[in-house]
Every structure is written in structure tokens, then in C-alpha cells.
Write a protein that binds this ligand. Structure first.
Ligand code: SF4
Ligand code: MG
Length: 321
């Protein structure tokens, strides 16, 4: 397998400001030392509760909101060392689809113009070719060229997400970060959009980083799943192994929250979480899951467990299974 993108010790901190002079009083460690290799052609998912740093990671990877520290290496090039010209070029290969396509589509622009925009901005296509490319991409995502003169509000949620996908796809990217692309859609529409993403992946040899808050959505589309908790990956494995042999107590808790009964979890191992996610502005010492973990021992409160393992990695002093 060829690595397409590597994330090394990624950190993203946001300052917490207070008062009328905006004094910095602390920082939120939204992502705090994340390592990840994404292989060509795969779908890897980042899963975890809201606020765990999934979207922040996705936005840093496509350099929409670059990291505070650490490296993002795409095809051997470390993105933070590139000139703005080089970065511009590479960013066509790194696209993102948002949860709410409506908020990312200018309501005063026609669909045809919205889709032509990226092509014109990157000067990749001859002007005479732009219109034909827009027609093609609309067809590819299941819309039609007759939609070009319409405005975003004239479309349903599912159609709007197709437009969001078309806008990302028109630059022929290599990697698309899909940030909860179906969470805002009706359940009946979710499968259609997921199937479309799957078909497009095959047709255009795309690699996906798929972000979701639950394991249910990603089960059928992911090759591998990374479970995040408070800015860190706590478990990473092939999809099958995450479901059949979850080793981190937090992963087990997420599976437990998953509505379809999981026969692989013996009842004595069922983990029920206590309390809420601690604030990333004030993360607990040791294992950041310890306050909610029924298996916590003394060492968990003082020492942070490192991610260990080859194919199936887990960060826990007392992994299950
Ligand atoms: Fe629970 Fe300890 Fe493992 Fe953390 S390291 S998940 S507190 S058992
Ligand atoms: Mg998010």
C-alpha cells in the first residue's frame, strides 16, 4: 500500500480569550498529538463525540485551517514548507465536503457559477471548456445541466449535498475529507449520498477521510476506523476489527451506544460511560478517559497510555479482548 498522506504529531490549539481587551487566559487543545497515515484508495474514518477534534483534524489536513504544530505530508511534501504558489496547486488535490452544504454555497449565485468558480480560480481549465465540465460533473453526481441556472435554495438537502460533492470533485482531487456529509440529511437520503460517494471513489480512484460521530454510519464505507477522544486517537484498526474486537473501553462504549445489538460484546464487558466529555481546555492528567472509564486504575490517573500495536493500535493500559 502506498501512503498518500501522513499526519505527524498534529496539534491544533485555540486561545481562550476573556474580557474587553481579549486577554488570552488559556487554550483549548482541540487536537493534541495525532498521528495518521492515509493510504491511496482507502476510506478511513475518524469517529468520536462532538468536540473531540475530528473536524479540526480534517480542516488542518486540507490546510483550510492549518495546524499549530506537527506535519501534514502529502505525496512526500510537507505542506507547511511549501510556498503559497505550490500550496495552491496541491490544494486542488485536497478537497473537503461539509456537513451542511447550504452554508458553504453562496445563496446569491447560480449553481453553474458555483461549480465553475473553483475551475476559474485555479485557472486549470480553458474558459471554453468550463461550461462543458460543469455539465459533466452535474451528471456525474446525479443532477442535470438544466440545474445550472438555479439557486441553492431551490434544491433539497440531498441535492445540495450532491452540489457540494460536485464542487469538490470538479478539481479532480486525490483526497476528499468528508466532514459528516450525511448527518444533516434524512435517513432515507443518507444511503443515497453514501452510495454516490462509494461509486465516485471507484470511478475516480479517490481516497476519503470520512468524519462521523457514530460508528453506524461508517461501518459500511470504511476500510479502517480511527476512534478519537479529546484530541487524540485512542484506537485504530480495520473496520471489522473495530466491530468484532474493540480493545479500547471508549470504543466499546461507542459500540454500546450503537442501536443494533452487537453479539460480539459479551455482557460483562459492556462499558457504560459515566459523565460528560471533559473540557479540552482542561484535559485530565494521565489517560484522558479515566474519569469516565469503569476500568480505571491508579496508573490511569497519572500516566497517559501510548498508542501501541501494528495493524490494530490502542492507547490503554488495560486493553480489552
Ligand atoms: Fe480506562 Fe485506564 Fe484504559 Fe484509560 S488507560 S481507557 S482509564 S483502562
Ligand atoms: Mg465536527
Amino acid at each position: 500500500r502506498t501512503p498518500l498522506l501522513e499526519v505527524q504529531n498534529l496539534k491544533k490549539y485555540f486561545p481562550i480569550k476573556k474580557g474587553i481587551i481579549s486577554r488570552t487566559v488559556g487554550q483549548v487543545k482541540a487536537v493534541d498529538g495525532l498521528n495518521l497515515t492515509i493510504y491511496e484508495g482507502e476510506t478511513i474514518s475518524l469517529v468520536g463525540e462532538s468536540g473531540c477534534g475530528k473536524s479540526t483534524t480534517g480542516r488542518a489536513i486540507v490546510q483550510l485551517d492549518p495546524q499549530t504544530e506537527g506535519k501534514v505530508i502529502f505525496k512526500g511534501k510537507e505542506l507547511s514548507t511549501l510556498s503559497s504558489m505550490e500550496l495552491r496547486k496541491i490544494r486542488t488535490d485536497l478537497q473537503i465536503i461539509f456537513q451542511d452544504p447550504y452554508s458553504s454555497l453562496n445563496p446569491r449565485k447560480r449553481i453553474g457559477d458555483l461549480l465553475a468558480e473553483p475551475l476559474l480560480a485555479h485557472k486549470l481549465t480553458d474558459k471554453s471548456e468550463v461550461s462543458r465540465k460543469v455539465d459533466d460533473i452535474l451528471e456525474i453526481v446525479g443532477l442535470s445541466k438544466f440545474h445550472k441556472s438555479r439557486y441553492p435554495h431551490e434544491f433539497s438537502g440531498g441535492q445540495r449535498q450532491r452540489i457540494g460533492i460536485a464542487r469538490a470533485l470538479i478539481l479532480q482531487p486525490k483526497l476528499i475529507v468528508c466532514d459528516e456529509p450525511v448527518s444533516a440529511l434524512d435517513v432515507s437520503i443518507q444511503a443515497q449520498v453514501l452510495n454516490l460517494l462509494k461509486d465516485l471513489q471507484k470511478e475516480f480512484q479517490l481516497t476519503y477521510l470520512f468524519i462521523a460521530h457514530g460508528l453506524g454510519v461508517v461501518k459500511y464505507i470504511s476500510d479502517r476506523i480511527a476512534v478519537m477522544y479529546l484530541g487524540k486517537i485512542v484506537e485504530l484498526a480495520k473496520t471489522e476489527d473495530i466491530f468484532k474486537n474493540p480493545r479500547h473501553p471508549y470504543t466499546q462504549a461507542l459500540l454500546h451506544a450503537y442501536p443494533i445489538p452487537n453479539p460480539h460484546l459479551r455482557s460483562r464487558e459492556r462499558i457504560v460511560m459515566e459523565g460528560d466529555v471533559p473540557s479540552p481546555a482542561n484535559p485530565p492528567k494521565g489517560c484522558s478517559f479515566h474519569a469516565r472509564c469503569p476500568l480505571a486504575q491508579d496508573i490511569c490517573r497519572s500516566q497517559a497510555p501510548a498508542l501501541q500495536g501494528d495493524e490494530h493500535t490502542v492507547a490503554c493500559h488495560f486493553p480489552l479482548g
